[in-house]
Design a protein around this ligand. Structure first.
Ligand SMILES: [Zn+2]
Ligand SMILES: [Zn+2]
Length: 775
C-alpha cells in the first residue's frame, strides 16, 4: 500500500480547548500514524497513511472541531514518509507557545458536564466546579501563558488519582483540562453570615443559601469573574432592600433563571435570543417582557425589557435548581447584579468582598478558587430586524477574544475614555479590547484598569510602540497614558472622542474606504474646546484624514455636571435657546420640585455661568424626556432616553421636521425638534405621540444630513457609533432609513457602540499612523 505524509500547522484558539485530544481521536478513527505538538508557531500535526485515510483525516480536522476551538490559519504541506511508524502520539509541548495561541474566554457548562452534576451516582454530582476541555473557566483563572495548570488559580489544588487519570488520558474529555477538579481534590464552597461566621459548608451551603434567598435574604455569591449580589426577583421587599443598600434606586437589574421554560414564561423570546441565552458565552440578553411577566416591578421599572441570563457554571445551575425548589409556587428567578457599590469595580477576593459588601449582603457564599481577572457579565440585545447582536457590555465570554483588523501592524495601546472604559492592545492584525472596566472616576477602578493592562500585555506577550489617549487631558486614562509613555519612552498621541468612535466602527468591520460617520453620543471634548456629541464626520481611514462636517445645534448645560443628573435644567435651557422663557398652556413638569432653581436658571444662561454649550445627542434626548415630564432627574446614565424610548406610541407615523441649517460647519437644527415638542405639549398632544414624532424626526433629519453630504462628497457608506446607538429605535430604524435613501450603513459587530469602543478606535488609528509613518 502506498503511503503519504502531510503536515498541518494550525493557529488560533487551539490550546486548552481539547484540540490535541481531538486530533488524537480522529487520528485513531482514521488509523493514521504520526504526531501532534504545540509549538510557538501553533499546533503542528504530522499524519501518515493511505491517501484516502489522510484525506479523510484532513476533512475531519476541518469539520469536526471541538466546540471551543477556532482556527485562524491552516497550512498543509506534503512530507517525505517515515519508515516504521506504527502509532499516533501526542508530543510534549515545546517552547513558549506564545505567539499564535489565544487564551479562550470563559465558557458555559457543557451538556456532558451538566449530565455529570445531575447524576446521583457520578462522583461530581452537584459539584460546583465541574468542567472539562469543552467548558469551564479560562480567562478569569489564568495568570499568564502558556495556559497550563501552574499558571492558573488551580495551581494550589493537587489532582487526586481519579482526576489525574482523566487528565492524562487522551481519550477522556478531561485530558489536559487545566481546571479539572472533583469534590475530593478541587475547590470548596462555604456559607457565612455577615459577621463572618461560617454557617454551612460543602454541598449543604447551596441548599441552605437557596432557602435563605427564598425567605427574602440578600446574598453575596462568589462566581466566575467576581461576586454577584443576589435576591429573589419576585420579592418587592428583597429587591427594594437590595436597591437601598446598593444605592441603586432605578437602574434595571439583571436576573438569572434556571431554564428556557422559565425564561419564556417571563418574556417574548425570539429564536436568536434563545440561541444567545443558551449559547457558550451566556451573556445577559435584553428581552421584551411578556404578558405574564410576574417579577417584582422593582427589578426593571423604567423599561419594557428584562435583562436575563441562564446559569453558566455548575454552581449557578445547582443554586438555581435548589432555589426553584425552595421558592415553590413562585417564578424561580434571582436578581444577579455585580457585587459592588454602584461605580466601583466588581469585587474579587474573599476578604475584599466581605469588607466591601458586608453592609449590603446578609449572607456570603464563598469558594477558595481565586479569581485572577475580574470579569462582569456581558450584556447584549438583538436587533429584531437583522437578528444581529448589539453589545451593550462586552466582558465574560467575549474577553479576551480579538477583533480582526484589516491589516497587520505594530502594537498600539488605546487607553479609552473616562466612562464605560476599556483598553485595547493590538497584536499583528488583531486588536484585543479588554473586558468592560467601568467608570474611571475613582482609584479602585484605576487599579483594576492597570491590572488588566499588565495582564493583557502578559498573555499576549506584546509591548506597545505607541499609546493613544482621548483629547481630554484630565481623564485618568489620559494622565496614565502620558506617564506610561514617559516611563517606556514611546510616543503618546491623542485622538478626539467622536473620531475614535468612527475609527472603532470601521475597525470593527475591517472597513477601509472613506465614510460619513454619525457619532450619536453622550459627551466628549471636541477639537474646538466645546463639548461634542451629535456629530457628522468625514473619515478617510486609509490616510487618517478626517473632518467635522456638521453637528447638532447647541444646547446649554446650566450647572455643568449637575445638568447631566438633572435633565430638567437642559430642558429649560433648550427652551431658553429658542426664546421661550416662561410656560405657555403646558405647565413645565419641574416647577413643583425645582421652583427656586428654575427661577434663577435664566440668569446662569444669560451671564453664561457654568453653562457649557454642547452638540450632544444624548443631552437632546434628556431635554425632550424632561420636557415630557418623564425625568426631572436621573439616577443612572441613559435613564431619560430609556424612558423616552419606552413612552413611544409605535402606531404614530408623523415625524417632526429636523432640517439642516447652513452655518460653518453646517448644523442639524435640533432646535426645531424642541420647538415642535413644546408646541405639541402646549396643544395637549399626548406624550406617547410626541415621543414617537421626536424619534422619527431625528431619524429623518440624520438621514437627510447623511444624504446631503453623500451627494456632495460622493461617499456612500455611513458609519454609526455612539452610546445613543444602544437605543433600539435608532439601532433598528436609522440603518433602514439610510438604506431607503440609497446609503450603506455600517454598524458595530464585536464591540459596543457606546464608549467601550473608544479604545479600539484609538488603537486602530494609532496602528495605521505608525504604518503610514513607516511607509
Ligand atoms: Zn464540560
Ligand atoms: Zn479529583
Amino acid at each position: 500500500m502506498s503511503l503519504i505524509r502531510h503536515s498541518f500547522i494550525i493557529t488560533g484558539q487551539v490550546q486548552g480547548v481539547g484540540f490535541r485530544p481531538f486530533v488524537y481521536r480522529i487520528a485513531l478513527d482514521n488509523q493514521v500514524t504520526g504526531s501532534v505538538n504545540n509549538s510557538s508557531e501553533g499546533v503542528i500535526i504530522e499524519v501518515q497513511g493511505s491517501i484516502e485515510r489522510v484525506s479523510q483525516f484532513g476533512e475531519d480536522l476541518a469539520e469536526k472541531l471541538p466546540p471551543l476551538a477556532k482556527i485562524i490559519t491552516f497550512e498543509m504541506e506534503d512530507m517525505e514518509t517515515v519508515e516504521d511508524e506504527d502509532e499516533f502520539i501526542i508530543l510534549k509541548s515545546t517552547g513558549g507557545q506564545g505567539h499564535s495561541v489565544l487564551i479562550s474566554a470563559d465558557v458555559a457548562t457543557c451538556p456532558d458536564c451538566m449530565a455529570d452534576i445531575k447524576d446521583e451516582n457520578n462522583r461530581r454530582y452537584r459539584y460546583p466546579f465541574t468542567n472539562c476541555t469543552n467548558c469551564g473557566p479560562r480567562y478569569t483563572i489564568t495568570r499568564s501563558i502558556p495556559y497550563d495548570r501552574p499558571q492558573t488559580s488551580m495551581a494550589c489544588f493537587k489532582l487526586c488519582p481519579d482526576c489525574q487519570t482523566e487528565y492524562e488520558d487522551p481519550l477522556d474529555r478531561r485530558f489536559h483540562a487545566q481546571p479539572n477538579a472533583c469534590p475530593r481534590c478541587g475547590p470548596k464552597i462555604w456559607l457565612s453570615d455577615n459577621a463572618g461566621v461560617m454557617i454551612a459548608q460543602g454541598d449543604e451551603s447551596l441548599h441552605r443559601l437557596a432557602c435563605e434567598l427564598a425567605e427574602g435574604k440578600i446574598a453575596a455569591v462568589k462566581g466566575l469573574g467576581g461576586y454577584h449580589l443576589v435576591c429573589d426577583a419576585t420579592s418587592d421587599s428583597a429587591v427594594a432592600e437590595l436597591r437601598k443598600r446598593k444605592h441603586r434606586p432605578d437602574k434595571p437589574l439583571a436576573i438569572m433563571v434556571p431554564d428556557m421554560t422559565t425564561a419564556q414564561s417571563l418574556a417574548d423570546i425570539q429564536p436568536t435570543e434563545e440561541e444567545w441565552l443558551t449559547g457558550l458565552q451566556r451573556p445577559i440578553v435584553l428581552t421584551s417582557k411578556g404578558a405574564d411577566y410576574a417579577l417584582s416591578e422593582q427589578v426593571a421599572p423604567d423599561t419594557n425589557f428584562i435583562g436575563m441570563m441562564l446559569p453558566y457554571t455548575p454552581l449557578h445551575h445547582v443554586l438555581l435548581s435548589d432555589f426553584a425548589e425552595a421558592a415553590e409556587g413562585r417564578t424561580p428567578a434571582l436578581v444577579m447584579t455585580s457585587g459592588n457599590m454602584s461605580s466601583e469595580p466588581i469585587s474579587l477576593g474573599n476578604r475584599e468582598a466581605f469588607g466591601r459588601l458586608a453592609n449590603i449582603a446578609d449572607i456570603f457564599l464563598y469558594h477558595n478558587r481565586d479569581i485572577l481577572i475580574r470579569t462582569d457579565d456581558s450584556v447584549i440585545r438583538l436587533n429584531p430586524m437583522t437578528g444581529d447582536p448589539i453589545l451593550m457590555r462586552r466582558a465574560r465570554g467575549f474577553a479576551p477574544s480579538p477583533v480582526f483588523l484589516a491589516e497587520s501592524g505594530p502594537t498600539v495601546l488605546g487607553t479609552g475614555p473616562e466612562l464605560k472604559c476599556t483598553l485595547t492592545l493590538t497584536k499583528g492584525d488583531q486588536a484585543f479590547p479588554s473586558q468592560h472596566i467601568g467608570n474611571l472616576t475613582n482609584l479602585e477602578t484605576l487599579e483594576f484598569y492597570k491590572e488588566i493592562h499588565t495582564h493583557l500585555e502578559d498573555i499576549l506577550q506584546v509591548q506597545p510602540e505607541m499609546i493613544v489617549h482621548d483629547l481630554h487631558p484630565d481623564y485618568m486614562t489620559s494622565e496614565w497614558a502620558d506617564t506610561l509613555g514617559k516611563e517606556r519612552n514611546i510616543p503618546v498621541e491623542t485622538l478626539q472622542h467622536h473620531y475614535a468612535h468612527i475609527y472603532a466602527v470601521l475597525a470593527d468591520n475591517q472597513f477601509t474606504e472613506p465614510v460619513i460617520g454619525l457619532a450619536l453620543d453622550g459627551t466628549g471634548l471636541g477639537e474646538d474646546g466645546t463639548i461634542w456629541g451629535g456629530e457628522c464626520l468625514m473619515v478617510m481611514p486609509e490616510d487618517l484624514e478626517h473632518q467635522r462636517l456638521a453637528h447638532f445645534t447647541h444646547i446649554r448645560l446650566p450647572g455643568g455636571e449637575t445638568a447631566v443628573r438633572e435633565p430638567w435644567r437642559i430642558a429649560q435651557a433648550a427652551l431658553w435657546e429658542i426664546g421661550i422663557t416662561s410656560p405657555g398652556d403646558y405647565r413645565w413638569p419641574w416647577l413643583d420640585d425645582f421652583a427656586q432653581e428654575s427661577k434663577f436658571l435664566p440668569q446662569l444662561l444669560e451671564k453664561n455661568i457654568n453653562s457649557p454649550k454642547t452638540s450632544s445627542c444624548g443631552r437632546l434626548f434628556d431635554a425632550v424626556a424632561a420636557l415630557c415630564g418623564l425625568a426631572n432627574t436621573i439616577s443612572y446614565e441613559g435613564q431619560a432616553a430609556i424612558l423616552l424610548e419606552k413612552a413611544q406610541d409605535m402606531l404614530e407615523t408623523e415625524a417632526y421636521p429636523c432640517p439642516l441649517k447652513s452655518a460653518d460647519p453646517v448644523a442639524l437644527d435640533t432646535h426645531t425638534l424642541i420647538r415642535c415638542v413644546i408646541t405639541d405639549l402646549d396643544a395637549g398632544v399626548g406624550v406617547p405621540t410626541i415621543a414617537r414624532r421626536f424619534h422619527l424626526g431625528l431619524i429623518a433629519g440624520l438621514t437627510e444630513m447623511a444624504y446631503s453630504f453623500s451627494m456632495l462628497l460622493d461617499i456612500h457608506h455611513v458609519a454609526l457609533s455612539g452610546g445613543v446607538m444602544q437605543n433600539l429605535t435608532l439601532a433598528t430604524e436609522l440603518p433602514l432609513s439610510l438604506q431607503g435613501a440609497g446609503l450603506m450603513p455600517i454598524v458595530h459587530k464585536h464591540v459596543p457602540p457606546n464608549d467601550a469602543c473608544i479604545s479600539l478606535g484609538q488603537a486602530a488609528w494609532g496602528q495605521k499612523k505608525l504604518l503610514l509613518e513607516q511607509s
